[in-house]
Write a protein that binds this ligand. Structure first.
Ligand SMILES: [Zn+2]
Length: 88
């Protein structure tokens, strides 16, 4: 019996059980989905890759507007730590 509707629901369930020290048991289908998501988690473009892609001026050094846009994009995808360390 599935106890979650969205990936966020699933993540919250896993985190809640983890925080209480309880094991997490996944059905094979859910384990497959979680595995796929974990494999792609590190496949996100880096802050630098995003700047290079969105900069219309093709600046040799990251320009301020593109850096701020890249920060926002990176934050939306949950990589906030990298974004703030690269922003100046
Ligand atoms: Zn730029």
């Amino acid at each position: 019996m599935r106890k979650w509707e969205t990936l966020t629901d699933l993540a919250e369930l896993i985190i809640a059980r983890s925080r209480t020290g309880k094991p997490v048991t996944l059905t094979p289908d859910t384990a497959f989905l979680v595995g796929l998501k974990l494999m792609t988690a590190d496949a996100k473009p880096s802050h630098h890759d995003i700047i290079a892609e969105i900069c219309d001026s093709k600046c040799t050094q990251p320009c301020v507007p593109c850096t701020f846009k890249a920060n926002a994009i990176v934050r939306l995808y949950g990589q906030g730590r990298n974004a703030t360390s690269n922003a100046q």
